[in-house]
Design a protein around this ligand. Structure first.
Ligand SMILES: *[C@@H]1O[C@H](CO)[C@@H](O)[C@H](O)[C@H]1NC(C)=O
Ligand SMILES: *[C@@H]1O[C@H](CO)[C@@H](O)[C@H](O)[C@H]1NC(C)=O
Ligand SMILES: *[C@@H]1O[C@H](CO)[C@@H](O)[C@H](O)[C@H]1NC(C)=O
Length: 421
């Protein structure tokens, strides 16, 4: 109250100075002081008379918060039930990683991945009850590309997209899902009969160039595609037709020498990263059947190899080899074997090679590039752990291909798989 009086004193002094006849204003001020004080008195002394109304209001608020709590509980229940249902759906389909309920997943992928129960129930020989289709678990990481790949008209022509398929494979999406469309057909006119086909130049017209930088073999031959393929599509003029039959360095072994080490027991072989298939061609001339494993990185390797009358295998090295244990007499691998990354990655590959090679079979490491001495030591240590017999072992140095004067280390070896008991 004191503060209010003080204020009015100040105010009246100022008003007086401004105008002598301001009694009306003074009266107004007095009135406002009185009403302010009355309000204050009321506020201090007021206690609610209508307690009933207050309690009701209070209860309603309490009841509302109770109801909203209940609603939240119900919503949580619904949410968790939905999650459980989705989980059950996933378990039912057997796909944990690919969310088939995602609306962005192509319908064809859903159809492909659906499990199909065997019509007669459990098969007594195999014990399976349903047919399952599979895709690589890493496909999930490339769901967008995968859906693009599976987006086509059923029974219509497939999009001309083999390079998309390869992109998926290189991202670990392997195996790819199957498709129900017709792949683009390339007329294979003018194929030569075997064995003439082995060394006949392949026409530019009988391979698909879509998604590739070059559109002609001439263009590819002017490029260094990899350590193992420099002009490797030129079967006539370059040095490709001298490989394996004419040594350019002590690291180059001749096919006949290696076959002699196998003492006549080499009939089937597997060539890893085999470029244009020349190893298989030279082996075919010696009645040895060789499968050449290659992707189509920057060039139509698979079609070229097939045009030569040889067997191409379109598969990345991240994939378990689709062969049974102990079946090959020979495995040939060059620098294409270098998968990079951690040593374990290379170990997994080496164990898989060991698996498909029969006891007494030969592993031919052909000019395997070791970036430095340490890498060579690591590789040597790994090979020695397998207990292979070193039939040939040559470590060579070459001036680097870039011409920087640095020496590069190459290892060539023929190793015989031991009989393990
Ligand atoms: C609040 O809920 C109680 C029961 O929990 C009920 O007896 C009461 O009538 C409700 N009050 C109001 C205002 O809704
Ligand atoms: C090989 O060289 C000859 C003469 O230089 C040339 O006419 C021919 O087209 C070449 N062949 C190939 C397949 O490059
Ligand atoms: C390959 O097999 C054919 C037919 O069996 C035979 O005539 C030919 O001499 C064989 N070639 C070699 C190099 O063994």
């Amino acid at each position: 109250m004191g503060s209010v009086s003080l204020k009015i004193g100040d105010g009246s002094a100022r008003f007086r100075r401004a105008s002598l006849c301001s009694s009306a204003v003074n009266l107004l001020m007095l009135f406002s002081v009185i009403t302010t004080n009355l309000f204050a008195l009321y506020a201090f002394t007021y206690s609610p008379k209508d307690h009933q109304t207050y309690r009701l209001l209070h209860h309603t608020q309490k009841n509302i918060s109770l109801i909203s709590e209940q609603v939240a509980l119900i919503l949580r229940e619904i949410d968790s039930s939905q999650k459980k249902l989705a989980q059950m759906e996933k378990e039912l389909l057997g796909y944990e990683s690919i969310d088939l309920s995602n609306p962005n997943i192509a319908n064809e992928l859903k159809v492909f991945l659906q499990h199909h129960s065997l019509p007669l129930g459990k098969d007594s020989k195999t014990g399976i009850t349903e047919m399952v289709a599979s895709v690589g678990h890493s496909c999930e990481k490339s769901a967008g590309l995968l859906s693009q790949y599976m987006n086509y008209k059923v029974s219509g022509p497939c999009p001309d997209d083999w390079s998309l398929a390869q992109k998926l494979i290189l991202r670990g999406c392997e195996p790819l899902p199957r498709r129900r469309c017709f792949a683009k057909a390339v007329p294979k006119v003018g194929l030569d009969p075997f064995p003439i086909s082995l060394w006949k130049p392949v026409s530019d017209k009988i391979v698909s160039w879509s998604g590739l930088g070059c559109k002609k073999f001439e263009c590819l031959n002017a490029k260094k595609l990899s350590r193992d393929c420099v002009g490797c599509f030129d079967l006539v003029n370059g040095s490709e037709n001298e490989r394996f039959v004419k040594a350019r360095s002590k690291n180059d072994f001749l096919i006949d020498d290696v076959l002699a080490l196998g003492s006549g027991g080499i009939r089937i072989g597997f060539d890893i990263g085999g470029g244009s298939g020349t190893f298989a061609a030279r082996m075919a001339e010696r009645n040895v059947t060789v499968i050449t494993n290659t992707l189509n990185i920057e060039a139509p390797f698979n079609e070229f190899i097939a045009a030569r009358g040889l067997f191409p295998l379109f598969l990345s090295l991240d994939h378990t080899f689709p062969f049974y244990d102990n079946v090959f007499d020979l495995v040939h691998a060059a620098s294409g074997l270098d998968v990079g990354g951690k040593p374990e990655k290379f170990e997994f590959l080496m164990f898989d090679i060991d698996r498909i090679l029969r006891a007494g079979g030969l592993l031919w490491l052909d000019n395997f590039y070791c970036s430095d001495d340490e890498k060579k030591r690591d590789l040597t240590r790994l090979i020695e752990r397998f207990g292979y017999k070193k039939l040939k072992w040559v470590v060579g140095e070459k001036a680097d291909t870039a011409g920087a004067g640095k020496l590069e280390i190459y290892l060539s070896a023929v190793l015989q798989k031991p009989v393990r008991v």
